[in-house]
Design a protein around this ligand. Structure first.
Ligand SMILES: Cc1cc2nc3c(=O)[nH]c(=O)nc-3n(C[C@H](O)[C@H](O)[C@H](O)COP(=O)(O)OP(=O)(O)OC[C@H]3O[C@@H](n4cnc5c(N)ncnc54)[C@H](O)[C@@H]3O)c2cc1C
Length: 302
């Protein structure tokens, strides 16, 4: 993770200063606040601010005048009920603001989640750092032959070495040209930063502040912490999952149970389950499902 000693000192200053507050505080989240957790080779994710806790979800659900929580068991039961029945607005009462440093190609996937507020580091105003995501050799795999959107078998050692050589060489050359086009301050014919950046590859790092409510964050995590998500965004989602588990433990546990670990069945699939429970040997042909649906359904059950 590329934090300078000055940046690290700023984080430590924030963590050593506290103020009394009347607001709800999540002890679990306080332990994470401001800390940068490394992701990939130069990236990180850190919590800048948050609002609410498990109790805030119950408080909103009960539209309470006071704290709005009852016993822990009662609150957990309510949160599970809300999650189970897609009663989502109480979860929107909690918010989180993250500072994320990530490769541009990961940012392009991330930004598709429109229900967040974003402010990105300006490459028109500032010069980007010479920092490129270079995968670990074990992440270099061939195009999957089953899934057009995924990786298959690992590359051979020779092929991996060649790919890494290409990635490093291209990054270095493009950044050298970027610097050359920007030139030195005060010199004539310096190309504007907003134009010079055109030359930079998609594995260069960018940074942003990303603010989202808990309902939409869980939606993001459901999609991006999933095995189908690309590894390079999944590792960020996995890191955020750890933070959310400490921030709102009851909501996270319900999310793990109903969303991450659970499954939605079509009416055809439900019918097949009922027939199987009655002892029928159902096949793809007799199920009424397509081959793809059947494969996914069998994977769920196996
Ligand atoms: C494994 C995977 C593969 C993907 N592959 C591709 C791909 O090949 N090409 C591609 O373009 N994208 C791809 N995506 C992106 C995907 O299609 C979604 O754009 C992305 O996951 C964001 O989801 P979302 O729209 O639900 O999230 P958000 O934008 O956060 O929206 C959350 C919810 O709010 C509602 N909403 C938000 N904005 C609107 C709106 N304007 N109109 C109506 N409802 C709205 C919807 O109900 C939506 O589900 C992929 C995503 C994943 C996880």
């Amino acid at each position: 993770m590329s934090l300078t000693p000055d940046q690290q000192a700023e984080i430590e200053t924030l963590r050593s200063t506290s103020v009394p507050t009347l607001r709800a505080v999540s002890e679990g989240m306080e332990a994470h606040l401001y800390k940068a957790y490394p992701v990939l080779d130069h990236g990180f994710v850190r919590v800048i601010d948050y609002m609410g806790d498990d109790a805030a979800i119950c408080q909103a659900a009960r539209v309470s005048y006071g704290k709005g929580t009852k016993s822990v068991q009662n609150d957990e039961g309510l949160i599970r009920y809300l999650m189970r029945h897609w009663h989502s607005t109480p979860f929107e009462m909690c918010e989180i603001k993250l500072h994320v440093k990530l490769p541009v190609f990961v940012a392009r996937q991330w930004i598709r989640h429109r229900t967040a507020n974003v402010n990105e580091y300006s490459a028109r105003y500032s010069i980007l750092d010479r920092e490129f995501y270079i995968p670990q050799p074990e992440q270099l795999a061939a195009q999957s032959v089953i899934n057009n959107q995924g990786r298959g078998e690992p590359l051979s050692a020779e092929a991996s070495a060649r790919v890494l050589e290409i990635l490093k060489g291209d990054a270095a050359r493009c950044y050298d040209h970027y610097e050359e086009m920007i030139g030195k301050e005060g010199e004539p014919d310096n190309l504007a930063r907003e134009l010079a950046r055109m030359n930079l590859p998609a594995n260069i790092y960018t940074q942003w502040y990303w603010k989202v409510d808990l309902h939409n964050l869980l939606h993001f995590l459901r999609l991006r912490a999933d095995a189908h998500a690309q590894y390079e965004i999944r590792v960020y989602a996995d890191e955020i999952c750890k933070v959310v588990a400490d921030w709102v433990p009851a909501a996270y546990s319900a999310f793990e149970d109903y969303r991450m670990g659970g499954a939605t069945l079509s009416s055809k699939a439900l019918d097949v389950v009922k027939r199987m429970l009655k002892g029928e040997d159902v096949t793809q042909e007799s199920s009424g499902m397509s081959k793809g649906e059947w494969r996914e359904f069998r994977t769920l059950l196996d």
